[in-house]
Design a protein around this ligand. Structure first.
Ligand code: NDP
Length: 451
């Protein structure tokens, strides 16, 4: 047994840190963890979970309209933002309590406060100094907003979850995950939404067909896009704000929300003093076992800027704990990670985009289908679904699968097992569809769209 107070001390009790702490404790390690905000981290407190709840809420407006086509008579509806936010806060409190209980039940010591490395094996949390054989940094990230005239007037996703009232008009800046998700949430709840993005299509890095399709569907719902433009200034008005764009347009709004990326939360951790290498961007380089350049200091999750997704941080934390404390060494596997954007409509994706696959594999076959989901034959809603398979021609493996439309996230989670397991198009074809579903399209597309 080491002379240190803990075998492992974790800085940051978010998804990755909590999983690592609990698994290490389960392997018999003496584990401490510190957190300066609420246990649960970005995903639970101000990210994935509250966002999904708001996204559910935002869908009801369309559901009421769609119901009419199915014979329902819907009376006058109204929406109460305060009730939604209170209910959401209650659920987050419940999850926070679950996380606290999980840590306590695993025998992990929680110390509230901000951790800072003060020696090779030493972490200071408030007034207290703890020592540990191994240290794990899992502090995640935080929203980033560029500097410009009036940037102090804008909010980020952190604040969006706690607005006093639903803004009647919102300008969302950015074209990534968070911007598209919040544009859909605000619009679905009744705000007039303008989305300003410097690129020509949302979701850079995703498959081009998905990018175009999602943009068209969002625009059809009523999101007003301002592509290839950026904000040059935000000025406060007597009521609301004026947003000046670099193309000369001026938008008047009640709220400006920036979703221009997140940066690693590495400032003030004492990393340089402890000899831990840090990139200019603030992220920490690690090897396949999440080890930094200092052999007993590790890092998992967004702070490492590998794939910034909650389930990835959890997997990294779990693999770290099994490797270092469970006698089961395993590297982290970052290949074929599925993800979803909870925009309206949703996007689900796993594997390579068409362009990436062409660069990686050379020749590929593309199967693509656009159709009206059965629900909308009676609802009358003008909304379509896109499904796309990218198949490596030499060998027939499905190397990319993309869905934009109803239930895309749920559909792709299931198919991700097949893609991760290297299944071929022939094996997709040999699978019987479930009729009538949208997902059956993924096992019934027979003719490639281009050579
Ligand atoms: P993203 O990196 O996805 O998107 C950032 C957006 O901001 C891009 O459109 C980018 O444009 C734009 N941008 C960056 N800098 C500027 C600038 N100076 N001026 C104007 N626009 C700018 O970040 P998000 O904040 O949306 O999300 C952060 C990360 O969190 C995601 O990458 C993802 O890993 C994770 N996340 C995952 C979710 C999920 O799984 N559903 C949900 C939410 C977040 P450009 O494309 O041109 O660079």
């Amino acid at each position: 047994m080491s002379e240190h107070e803990f075998d492992l001390f974790v800085i940051g009790a978010g998804s990755g840190g909590v999983r690592a702490a609990r698994v290490a404790a389960g392997h018999g390690a003496r584990v401490g963890i510190c957190e300066d905000s609420r246990v649960g981290g970005t995903c639970v407190i101000r990210g994935c979970v509250p966002k999904k709840l708001l996204s559910y809420a935002a869908h009801f407006g369309e559901d009421f309209e769609d119901a009419v086509g199915f014979g329902w008579q819907v009376g006058e509806v109204s929406f109460d933002w305060r009730r939604l936010i209170d209910a959401k806060d209650k659920e987050i409190d419940r999850l926070n309590a679950v996380y606290l209980r999980l840590l306590a039940d695993s025998g992990v010591t929680l110390i509230e406060g901000r951790g800072r490395l003060t020696g090779s094996h030493e972490v200071q949390v408030g007034e207290r100094i703890v020592t540990a054989e191994k240290i794990l940094i899992a502090t995640g990230g935080r929203p980033w907003v560029p500097e410009f005239a009036g940037s102090e007037h804008v909010i980020t996703s952190d604040e969006a979850f706690h607005l006093e009232a639903l803004p009647p008009r919102v300008v969302v800046v950015g074209g990534g995950y968070i911007a598209c998700e919040f544009a859909g949430i605000f619009h679905g709840l009744g705000s007039e939404v303008h989305q300003v993005y410097r690129g020509d299509r949302v979701l850079r890095g995703f498959d081009d067909d998905v990018r175009s399709f999602l943009g068209e569907e969002m625009a059809r719902k009523g999101i007003q896009f301002h592509f290839e433009s950026n904000v040059s200034a935000v000025r406060k008005l007597a009521g609301g704000f004026s947003v000046e764009l670099d193309n000369g347009d001026v938008l008047e709004t009640d709220c400006v929300m920036y979703a221009t990326g997140r940066v690693p939360a590495s400032a003030g951790l004492g990393l340089l003093e402890a000899g831990v290498e840090v990139r200019a961007s603030g992220s920490i380089p690690v090897d396949d076992h999440s080890r930094t350049n200092v052999p007993h200091i590790f890092a998992v999750g967004d702070i490492t800027h590998r794939v910034n997704l909650t389930p990835v941080a959890i997997m990294e934390g779990h693999a770290f704990a099994d490797t270092e404390f469970g006698g089961q060494p395993r590297p982290v596997d970052h290949a074929f990670i599925p993800s979803a954007v909870f925009s309206h409509p949703q996007v689900g994706t796993v594997g390579f985009s068409e362009d990436e696959a062409r660069n990686h594999y050379g020749e590929v076959d593309i199967y693509r289908s656009t159709f009206r989901p059965m629900k909308h034959t009676l609802s009358g809603r003008d909304e379509k679904t896109l499904m796309k398979l990218v198949v490596e021609r030499n060998g027939g493996r499905v190397v990319g699968l993309h869905v934009c439309g109803l239930d895309a996230a749920e559909i792709v989670q299931g198919f991700a097992v097949a893609v991760k397991s290297c299944l071929t198009k022939a094996q997709f074809d040999a699978t019987i569809g479930i009729h009538p579903t949208a997902a059956e399209e993924l096992v019934t597309m027979r003719t490639p769209v281009q050579g």
